[in-house]
Design a protein around this ligand. Structure first.
Ligand SMILES: Nc1ncnc2c1ncn2[C@@H]1O[C@H](COP(=O)(O)OP(=O)(O)OP(=O)(O)O)[C@@H](O)[C@H]1O
Ligand code: NI
Length: 307
């Protein structure tokens, strides 16, 4: 059952260039994702492909010079800005990419306890700390006294004690030791199995494959493919988009073949398909316009040539 749906999301930033001229920088174009109760959607893609901005758009925490279009629904109703504020941290929780989101002036035990909305805050905080191997001492520390890994585990604890129905985790695992990282991933799976919808943004495709149901591949601010995890296998034959195949083949454990070229910057997006300049399948038709997302073999793809 779909709980959060993002349709044709575009995000642009107003920027001033020389002589006070204004320019719109389109950083997300026509992006679609769908989160379902009980499912984990992993979001992968190069740095700068718009993963964090999607998370921020859903939570309503984009900077004030951002312009947003498209539609979002939560539990079947439009997710307006005021609804985002009302649901943030309650029904929709974010594990932010940066540990700077912790309140610098509040002891971390208290930060976690204030996120608890039902049940005993002290007990829930203790359980989360135990799970993430944070000792009791840590409760009394301020964020500046934590190591990077401890700060991350605190952020994880804050999101998981909230009882939110949707958890959006933006690169939650870097800097964690492997045992804690595994525990965090297992915990996301448990939360999904108990009915949450989870969006896991990660650079680590292997981790994503170990727990997710579907993978969304981002490129230059849009989704190029959404595929079941089972399709990420072999040489990527089952994948639909040439970029997903290239991303898969570039992994060290696969062919380790790098894809030549770079992702276009928002200031110089190609006129047609965003992947066209690097695409081995590109034809003149690909330069004519942006392809729509279309259904193909249990997944969706944004490519006119995909079969
Ligand atoms: N406030 C802003 N003003 C202008 N451009 C921005 C702003 N915030 C982000 N961008 C641009 O939007 C694009 C997408 O950024 P985003 O942070 O979503 O990438 P990401 O996929 O999360 O990358 P990473 O994997 O490095 O975290 C980038 O090109 C970035 O430079
Ligand atoms: Ni990011």
């Amino acid at each position: 059952m779909s709980i959060l749906e993002v349709k044709n999301l575009s995000v642009s930033f107003k920027q001033y260039t020389t002589g006070m001229k204004q320019k719109e920088l389109q950083v997300i174009s026509d992006l679609n994702v769908n989160l379902e109760a009980g499912k984990i959607l992993a979001v992968v893609g190069a740095s700068g492909s718009g993963k964090s901005l999607l998370a921020h758009a859903i939570l309503g925490v984009l900077p004030s010079n951002a312009k947003i279009s498209g539609s979002m629904t939560y539990a079947g109703e439009e997710l307006t800005y005021s609804r985002k504020i009302a649901l943030r941290g309650k029904e929709i929780a974010l594990v932010p990419q940066s540990v700077n989101y912790l309140d610098p002036l509040m002891k971390v035990g208290k930060q976690v306890r204030t996120s608890v909305r039902s049940g005993d805050p002290a007990r829930k905080q203790k359980e989360a700390f135990e799970r993430y191997h944070l000792t009791q001492k840590v409760e009394e520390l301020y964020p500046f006294q934590l190591s990077g890994g401890m700060a991350r585990r605190t952020l994880l604890s804050t999101a998981v004690v909230s009882g939110a129905k949707v958890i959006i985790a933006d690169e939650p695992t870097p800097g964690l030791d492997p045992a804690v990282m595994k525990e965090a991933l297992r915990h996301f799976r448990e939360l999904a199995d108990s009915g949450c919808a989870v969006m896991l943004i990660t650079h680590d495709i292997d981790s994503a494959l170990s727990i997710a149901d579907e993978i969304a591949v981002f490129y230059a601010g849009t989704t190029v493919e959404i595929a079941p995890v089972a399709d990420f296998t072999g040489k990527g034959e089952a994948l639909r988009h040439p970029y997903s195949k290239a991303l898969w083949q570039a992994l060290p454990q696969n062919e380790f073949i790098p894809l030549p070229g770079t992702q276009p910057h928002a200031s110089s997006l190609p006129p047609g398909c965003l992947f066209e300049p690097r695409c081995p399948w590109a034809t003149a038709a690909c330069r004519k316009g942006r392809p729509d997302m279309r259904e193909l073999r249990e997944g969706t793809v944004r490519c006119i040539h995909a079969t």
